[in-house]
Ligand binder design. Structure first.
Ligand SMILES: Cc1cc2nc3c(=O)[nH]c(=O)nc-3n(C[C@H](O)[C@H](O)[C@H](O)COP(=O)(O)OP(=O)(O)OC[C@H]3O[C@@H](n4cnc5c(N)ncnc54)[C@H](O)[C@@H]3O)c2cc1C
Length: 435
């Protein structure tokens, strides 16, 4: 029996493991093994909501062990360390086994290996960025953003109480990178500052007392998503009193803020780095061809260009389908479509049948601006500029993309149950974490 090992249970990996388990695992046609360093899965596009305290991770996460038991695949909690391509084994440092930082090593054999380890923050070598800036790479890093913001809000409020005559303080938040991640985080933080003020968690003015600045090296926000959506998002950011500095290059980050080329240092209580994604550095050590961002180069079949037994999908893959002249972006819809494709193509190939190469369909872009506001530019057949949608309907669509992910993983019954439970939690609580 073939063993298919999937490393990384994110947007791509968990869906693939679940689908392959249904198709190959349950009928006993193959053994499916999922390896992830974390015990739980949370859909990554929700991380800015975790950072803003809008979303309680424990209400939205999926336990890998529970999912594995329900769908009959094997789950190993550990960190991928090495790939032995000759003997077709991977080496995994098992979490919680206490042998130094890495843990005890376990060797797992594979017939097919799917790498779906996602991306990591790219700092472009900016001094101090790695040490002082926070990121949205994982649930724990998003929680750090929330904690840093809460501490700053409380400290400034206490200072204002202690010196009532003094000018009320301002909490300064600098977000480096005005792509979808940075823009969505900025909008959520603005909403959070108002909600926390309403509940008395801080006494600063929710607008002037919390200064949010988005810094972008490109000439406009949302580089790569088109001028129309960028213009409208720019207007909405101005309406939310979010400052935007485009064409600005950050040259260093320190404990007290950051510096941009040709400008005086900017003080900041919270600096979040959302400026770029690269593949985890360890992928380059497997001897597989990678691009400049360290992503594994794959054929349209999603197999490594150098090893037919190794596939890569999602953010860690460098994929250029036959019908496109550029590499696919690091986006959830690419990860989703690649997982869907491989769930069909892998069983066919294992059965000795032919499977066409992967084709990507761009359905457009959706940017959430917190609450019931979002802006979307959806692909429209025969219309170059696409359909532009704003407001509640766009926000509903944004929400629907997440629900589709939950549905793909859990099926109708559980997805419905989770939606109700999450809605109830939001209704009964404040809708934003207050501590
Ligand atoms: C705040 C935010 C907002 C976003 N918003 C959008 C959006 O609106 N639309 C959109 O299309 N995209 C969005 N994205 C991008 C989207 O989240 C990613 O493109 C998508 O999650 C990639 O899926 P993936 O499966 O490749 O990786 P991930 O979802 O990152 O999953 C990778 C998994 O691999 C595991 N892992 C990593 N290294 C190892 C290792 N060494 N050993 C074992 N396990 C490992 C991790 O624990 C994780 O579970 C957003 C991203 C962020 C951070």
């Amino acid at each position: 029996m073939n063993t298919i090992v999937i490393v990384g249970g994110g947007a791509a990996g968990l869906q693939l493991a679940t689908r392959l388990a249904r198709r190959l695992g349950k009928p006993g046609l193959a053994e499916i093994v999922l390896v992830d360093r974390s015990p739980t899965h949370l859909w990554k596009p929700l991380l800015h909501e975790v950072a803003a305290g809008r979303l309680e991770p424990v209400v939205h996460h999926t336990s890998f062990a529970l999912q594995a038991e329900r769908h009959r695949f094997c789950y190993v909690q550990g960190d991928l360390q090495a790939v032995d391509r000759i003997n077709r084994t991977i080496s995994v440092a098992i979490s919680g086994t206490g042998h130094g930082e890495g843990g005890q090593l376990q060797s797992i054999g594979y017939d097919k290996l799917v790498l779906a380890v996602g991306g990591v923050t790219q700092y472009f070598g900016v001094p101090g960025a790695r040490e002082h800036a926070l990121t949205l790479d994982s649930v724990s890093s998003a929680e750090q953003v929330r904690e840093r913001l809460f501490t700053a809000l409380r400290r400034k409020t206490a200072q204002a109480h202690a010196q009532p005559q003094a000018t009320t303080g301002t909490v300064r938040v600098a977000i480096v990178g005005a792509g979808a991640t940075g823009v969505q985080l900025a909008a959520q933080l603005r909403r959070t500052s108002s909600v926390l003020n309403r509940y008395g968690i801080h006494r600063l003015d929710p607008v002037t007392g919390v200064d949010i600045c988005l810094i972008e090296a490109s000439p406009a926000v949302l580089p790569g998503l088109g001028a129309r959506i960028a213009d409208r998002v720019g207007e909405q950011l101005a309406r939310l009193n979010i400052r935007v500095q485009c064409g600005a290059r950050v040259t260093s980050v320190s404990e007290s803020g950051l510096t941009m080329a040709g400008q005086a240092p900017m003080q900041a209580d919270v600096v979040v780095w959302a400026a770029g994604i690269a593949a985890p550095g360890m992928l380059a050590s497997f001897g597989l061809p990678v691009n400049a961002k360290g992503q594994i180069r794959v054929l349209p079949t999603l197999q490594s260009v150098d090893d037919e037994h190794i596939y890569a999908i999602g953010d860690c893959a460098s994929c250029r389908p036959q019908d496109l002249d550029a590499e696919l972006p690091t986006r959830a819809q690419v990860a989703y479509q690649q997982a869907l494709y491989l769930a069909q193509a892998l069983p066919r190939r294992l059965a000795g049948k032919h499977a066409e190469g992967f084709r990507y369909r761009d359905y457009g872009s959706l940017v959430s601006l917190a609450g019931s506001s979002a802006i979307a530019n959806l692909a429209a057949p025969g219309k170059d500029s696409g359909w532009h949608i704003e407001g509640r309907f766009a926000a509903l669509l944004h929400h629907a993309v997440y629900r589709r992910h939950v549905l793909a993983i859990h099926g109708w019954g559980r997805a419905l149950g989770m939606t109700l439970a999450q809605g109830l939690e939001r209704l009964l609580a404040a809708g934003t974490r207050l501590h």
